[in-house]
Write a protein that binds this ligand. Structure first.
Ligand code: CUA
Length: 356
């Protein structure tokens, strides 16, 4: 009967400790707001794990501390303890119970993963491109325009078809819970069903070089009418043929264009590459000790053969070395779509000249 009393006390203490620890986890391990349909089953999994962790920690700690204090050796007791050689029931129990629990969590996780990654009715595709260190988004079902922010309609499943230009990046919006890598040369997909309008931050969750921590983009979730209005405004953007070279240059600099913004600021702020503010006509010192005046040929060389002349204080091999191909492909695309010959490098030079 006395032994039975110990079991009841320990059981009550374990229960109290489990509830208390679970409450503590809600504070110190709090998850951000859940803003997607996918977050609900994922948070249920988190909840299940938190309860299990709180229970197992309590079970071990309470038993150990209880034994330590309650069964402490009296000061005058020099006798040996009872001799125990194993306990078959206990050993079978602590093998089978954890096995069943771990398998259960595994099955639960697999069902959840299948649930959140399987195709849903009425999906909308958005193409996502990651490059050092900018995000860009294209909307093939809304006129194939590009955007530097991710704008999504609420309550509709979005399929993100993602690829990387250079190294592995990772798409992560904590409020949506789901996360997926972008891998060069391969398409990965991720499904998100935003459940509330609002503004969120997309972060890159894979170390991808010098400016990894700056690789962020805004995600805006709008109601259906707001999303349509945004799509209409994007589609009303002028044709390249109708823009001035300076305006086109500003566009190429942005994340929607060639992504120069990732490394070259326009306001003198330091970056991975030299700022474009006051760049044109400036005397630049080179790594090899020479100097050069920033003019049309220098800028052209810097774009298509970036390692030819490295400005003092900057590193080689950071600027993508395929801009000549990228620019030629873009110029061909515009020629095919609008029937005009655009000189993208001339546009960029025209734009840089405005940044005195
Ligand atoms: Cu891209 Cu880190």
């Amino acid at each position: 009967m006395r032994r039975f009393r110990h079991f009841i006390i320990v059981a009550v203490l374990v229960a109290l400790s489990t509830v208390g620890l679970r409450a503590l986890f809600s504070v110190i391990l709090a998850l951000p707001r859940a803003s997607s349909a996918e977050a609900i089953p994922i948070d249920a999994l988190f909840n299940g794990h938190y309860w299990m962790i709180a229970f197992l920690f309590s079970l071990i700690m309470v038993m150990m501390l209880y034994a330590l204090f309650v069964f402490r050796r009296p000061a005058d007791d020099d006798s040996d303890g009872p001799y125990i050689h194993g306990n078959t029931v206990l050993e079978i129990g602590w093998t089978i119970v954890p096995t069943v629990v771990v398998l259960g969590f595994g099955v639960w996780g697999a069902i959840t993963l299948n649930d959140i990654t399987s195709p849903k009715p009425n999906e909308m595709t958005v193409n996502v491109t990651g490059q050092q260190w900018v995000w860009s988004f294209a909307y093939p079902e809304q006129g194939d325009f590009a955007s530097s922010e991710l704008v999504l309609p609420v309550d509709r499943t979005i399929v993100l078809k993602m690829t990387a230009e250079d190294v592995i990046h990772s798409f992560w919006v904590p409020e949506f819970r789901v996360k997926q890598d972008l891998v060069p040369g391969r398409e990965t997909t991720l499904r998100i069903t935003p459940t509330e309008a609002g503004e969120f931050a997309l972060r890159c969750a894979e170390i991808c070089g010098l400016n990894h921590t700056q690789m962020v983009a805004t995600v805006r979730v709008l109601d259906a009418a707001g999303f349509q209005a945004w799509v209409d405004a994007e589609n009303a953007a002028p044709a390249f043929a109708d823009m001035t070279p300076e305006d086109r240059g500003a566009f190429w600099h942005s994340a929607e264009g060639l992504g120069c913004v990732a490394c070259h600021s326009l306001d003198g702020a330091p970056g991975v590459g030299p700022t474009w503010q006051g760049l044109y006509g400036r005397q630049e010192e080179l790594e090899d000790g020479g100097t050069v005046t920033v003019d049309d040929p220098y800028i052209t060389t810097s774009i298509i053969d970036p390692n030819a002349q490295i400005t003092a204080g900057y590193l080689p091999n950071l600027m993508p070395q395929n801009y000549a191909d990228q620019i030629a492909a873009l110029e061909q695309e515009i020629q095919a779509a609008e029937g005009v010959d655009i000189d993208i490098i001339a546009d960029l030079i025209a734009f840089i000249k405005t940044l005195e």
